[in-house]
Design a binder for this molecule. Structure first.
Ligand code: 13P
Ligand code: ZN
Length: 278
């Protein structure tokens, strides 16, 4: 059996927590990530027949029973993950009843999965229903994205259009747009269910006055989505004391989608499209 700490999925994961911490998007225990590991890959590193212990999920996780996830621990700091992965992370397998999960590795101090476990697992289930190759659910607290939710309308069409219109890369990177949830208490099955519902439609969900969720087929995709939203929220807020006199017009955004072959962009988020692009 190979060492879990040598596994590419673990190394990728640790690197992501380091980058997010260094960028200032995960203060204290802020942020959580989960990574769906295929059974064939997992069994190179883990004894899948012998759980260390079994824990309650606290919600109905049926739909992803038997699936294996590497996930950050509740109350654990991204800053510390690199120093001691087995204390700050764990690998769990969801039980057949969806009400329990086996711990296969990690959480060595008696830890448990993130308080946003329901948001993560329900989001994986929702995302897999529209993209069977999805592997990552990532949550953190990027500064400017959070600040944008203090002053920008939370209407997701308007929020998306602001981002798209202020950075040429945005519509190319997320033509599917950005979902937005109003402020809600976190760590509950309700916010988990609301996030999962949005992730059937979007790969990015902004949690007002809290942070962001993104999904992807790999770490780069999820990270890149958050990075692009945060970059654009930053430039938007740098200029927010000045009137915006130049932005990409709706037809310009449609033209970008045509150049980069993005067929399914959210035309319904662009109210000023000309007949040519409707
Ligand atoms: P956890 O420490 O439980 O992962 O919580 C951090 C967080 O960001 C809550 O939204
Ligand atoms: Zn959070």
């Amino acid at each position: 059996m190979k060492k879990v700490t040598d596994a590419p999925f673990l190394q990728d994961f640790v690197e992501a927590t380091q980058n997010i911490y260094r960028l200032g998007w995960a203060e204290r225990n802020g942020g959580n990530i989960s990574y769906l590991i295929g059974e064939d890959e997992a069994k190179e590193y883990l004894d899948l027949d012998n759980a260390l212990r079994t824990i309650p999920t606290g919600f109905d996780a049926r739909g992803v029973e038997g699936k294996i996830f590497l996930v950050t621990g509740a109350g654990k700091y991204f800053r510390n993950v690199i120093k001691d992965p087995a204390a700050n992370l764990g690998i769990i397998r969801v039980g057949a009843d969806g009400a329990s999960a086996d711990v296969l590795w990690g959480f060595k101090d008696g830890g448990r999965p993130t308080s946003e476990f329901s948001a993560h697992i329900l989001s994986h289930r929702a995302r897999l229903s529209v993209d069977p190759e999805n592997k990552i659910v990532m949550h953190c607290h990027p500064n400017y994205t959070m600040a944008m939710t203090y002053s920008h309308e939370l209407d997701e069409a308007k929020f998306t259009r602001t981002l798209w219109s202020l950075n040429t890369e945005c519509i190319v990177d997320f033509p599917d747009g950005v979902g937005v949830l109003p402020w809600m208490p976190c760590g509950t099955p309700e916010i988990g269910a609301a996030t999962a519902e949005k992730l059937k439609e979007f790969r990015i969900v902004v949690w007002a006055i809290h942070g962001i969720y993104a999904v992807g087929r790999n770490m780069d995709e999820a990270f890149g989505l958050i990075e692009t939203v945060e970059k654009t929220a930053t430039t938007y807020l740098i200029g927010s004391h000045l009137p915006i006199v130049n932005r990409i017009p709706d037809d310009g955004l449609a033209e970008l989608c045509s150049i980069y072959d993005k067929k399914n962009y959210r035309k319904d988020f662009l109210p000023e499209l000309s007949e040519k692009y409707k």
